[in-house]
Design a protein around this ligand. Sequence first.
Ligand SMILES: Nc1ncnc2c1ncn2[C@@H]1O[C@H](COP(=O)(O)OP(=O)(O)OP(=O)(O)O)[C@@H](O)[C@H]1O
Length: 487
Amino acid sequence: MSEDSWAVAVDVQEATTPSIQCGFSKKVDRVRGPRTLRGDINGNILLEKKENGGGRKDEDKVDLAEQSLLNKLIRRSLVRNRNQVEVLQRDPTSPLYSVKTFEELRLKPELLRGVYNMGFNRPSRIQENALPMMLAQPPQNLIAQSQSGTGKTAAFSLAMLSHVNPANKWTQCLCIAPTYELALQIGQVIEQMGKFCPEVKLAYAIRGNRIERGKKLQEQIVIGTPGTVLDWCTKYKLIDPKKITMFVLDEADVMIATQGHRDQSIRIHRQLTNDCQMLLFSATFEDSVWRFAEQVVPDPNIIRLKREEETLDTIKQFYVLCKEKEDKFTALCNLYGSLTIAQAMIFCHTRKMAAWLCAHLIKEGHQVALLSGEMTVEQRASVIERFRNGKEKVLVTTNVCSRGIDVEQVSLVVNFDLPVDMDGNADNETYLHRIGRTGRFGRRGFAVNMVDSKHSMDIINQIEMHFNRRITKLDTSNLDEMEMLLS
Ligand SMILES: Nc1ncnc2c1ncn2[C@@H]1O[C@H](COP(=O)(O)OP(=O)(O)OP(=O)(O)O)[C@@H](O)[C@H]1O
């Protein structure tokens, strides 16, 4: 990309971002950030998810940054993962340290207090290896990949807080995140963890936070979005990049999916000295992320934690033959009436269908929650929270809205519309993702697929073959058979 084109990209992005006033170290709403913001304000390029027929008007789109924010808002604790961490050391002959307790890290007592105060008893799986590496002397560069919710943010927040010298009143740690809201989320972790380190200050380099040109920041940690951070380093000279000794790039996969951010990140990186410690985090690691990571992090140690495989082993799968949507609706009601279901999730292909179904279920007297793409991230988080707390027993959703949601008590998943890719073939990955929500942690679950055409029957056959698991026909008008099959 030429110099001009990235600048244009930044202008476009910033133009779509509303201006927010945010002072230094200003306390923002810890849970949700500013409430008035709409979900699409990040200026991100919306990535279209593969959907049937491609790009129908009321289909939802996946925005990676929104998704990531939603995951953060609804997460209550660490994501379980029993996989082994893979560590690739830059120097394979040097000893590999891992810690089982936070004490072993020899943190400043006030920082250790902050960690315990957050309710962390011991390092998470990725933290066991990442923390000693990030805190090692001489400093080491690190690329770390693990799925969302495994403790990356907490790890680098701790590293930054431990790294700074509070007596030095200039910026020493710089952290960039893909969007304003994600930057605030990280800032909140740092503020909470650094609660007992009052002399360590944090500033947000986000749009709308206007500082006098040429004034040097005294905050030791700056966290922000690439465009504003770049401006603060180069145009306004609020930060001396030569004095930055730790650079953190979070959510690299989301970053490179956002127009302009990749180039801005590289430009920030170029301003830093060779001695600056570089840390890069990502939830996924496709080739493009890897190429980017290599550009930003020279001579890295690499830590990877594979995602725990989803399985269909504990899930009984069925299909129901129907004619049209009214017929599917009747089948659904019969099914629901004859099962003792803790909670159910129902997937529709379009927003319109989800809204239709939701309205009909409510008419039938069901307590239903609807998750749909036109909602703000905050609204979605609150719907999921209510569902989790059992306020509604049924959640109707389009596929993209529900990625990453874990509700342990879901025992029934219904594909009101089957998952298909752009060519109209079975989308096996999405199927697994949807169905994998039930039958978790050894519990039993049911998945029911509505089949309303020869084409959807073909899809069921494709799914059966792909996973090599039987999908049994279910007659929802035959209560005895249903009871037997579903027992
Ligand atoms: N060692 C720990 N012990 C207990 N809880 C932890 C620990 N580390 C992090 N957590 C909590 O686990 C959740 C996920 O952590 P964190 O946000 O750091 O993960 P992440 O990998 O950065 O995910 P994301 O990128 O989606 O934020 C948070 O609620 C956090 O407070």
